[in-house]
Design a protein around this ligand. Structure first.
Ligand SMILES: Nc1ncnc2c1ncn2[C@@H]1O[C@H](COP(=O)(O)OP(=O)(O)O)[C@@H](O)[C@H]1O
Ligand SMILES: [Mg+2]
Length: 243
């Protein structure tokens, strides 16, 4: 591997540490906010139960209750994002098996903001499937693929994720009807730093890392694409038998 790649990997892993450290630091104050909101909610309920309240006061307390409910939901979302972020960048985790379906769901939730305004997401999992691989690494695989699909869709499109099991492999397809890939770019897709995106949007490391991760677990990756029609990426991972 050349020095640029090693340097970028070192930079990415220190960014990873920073991200997981930040997520870790946020978890505690967020928990304080969450229990504070629960306390407020109970207090509001108690005051509202007072028979002597005017109609107007009761209405205002009802509004407050709704606001608190929204805030509780928002805090819950922040807590799950920090939990997932910590998982996504965890360096020390060395799980050997994980459920592809869970990993895809987590990747979807982490890329939700990128996808929600422009893509309809369709999923088809025949069953849950255990495969060989570390959860945080496989999460990175699907985050990278979903990010590419989101970036390939200009305004509105479809991202479809399918999985099926055959011959000891779990195949997961991530397909989009985005811009597609030019024929002359097809053989360069896995080169580190190969990107057609403007600076700041693409590093050219996504598919390079995806291939490296998938192959390290005995799997493989294939890409089919047509300009103007879309792209299908198929990742095969070794299934753990009997599931
Ligand atoms: N789903 C896709 N649709 C269209 N082009 C894609 C898709 N996935 C990858 N590509 C092409 O492959 C290139 C390399 O992808 P990647 O390694 O993830 O790097 P990056 O996304 O940072 O450019 C992209 O710049 C793009 O040209
Ligand atoms: Mg990418």
């Amino acid at each position: 591997m050349n020095e640029d790649v090693l340097e970028t990997q070192a930079r990415l892993s220190s960014l990873g540490l920073l991200a997981s450290g930040t997520a870790h630091e946020l978890a505690n104050p967020l928990s304080v906010v969450k229990s504070g909101l629960e306390y407020l909610d109970k207090g509001l309920e108690r005051v509202r139960a007072d028979k002597g309240l005017s109609e107007q006061a009761r209405e205002e307390l009802g509004e407050c209750h709704n606001v608190v409910a929204e805030m509780k939901e928002a805090v819950q979302r922040m807590l799950s994002i920090t939990a997932e972020l910590r998982l996504a960048v965890r360096q020390d985790s060395k799980t050997t098996e994980c459920d592809v379906r869970d990993v895809v769901e987590k990747a979807l939730s982490l890329t939700h903001n990128m996808l929600k305004y422009k893509a309809k997401v369709e999923k088809q999992f025949k069953h849950s499937s255990l495969v060989f691989g570390d959860e945080s690494k496989l999460l990175q695989v699907f985050i990278n693929l979903l990010t590419n699909s989101a970036q390939a869709i200009a305004e509105s499109g479809i991202v479809r994720i399918e999985s099926e099991e055959s011959d000891g492999f779990v195949m997961v397809k991530v397909a989009d009807n985005g811009c597609g890939i030019k024929e002359e770019h097809m053989k360069r897709l896995f080169e580190p730093f190969f990107t057609t995106k403007p600076k700041g949007e693409g590093t050219g490391l996504g598919l390079f890392l995806v291939k490296k991760i998938v192959e390290s677990y005995g799997g493989d990756i294939q890409i089919e694409s047509k300009v103007g029609k879309g792209t299908t990426v198929q990742v095969r991972l070794r299934a753990i038998a009997g599931r």
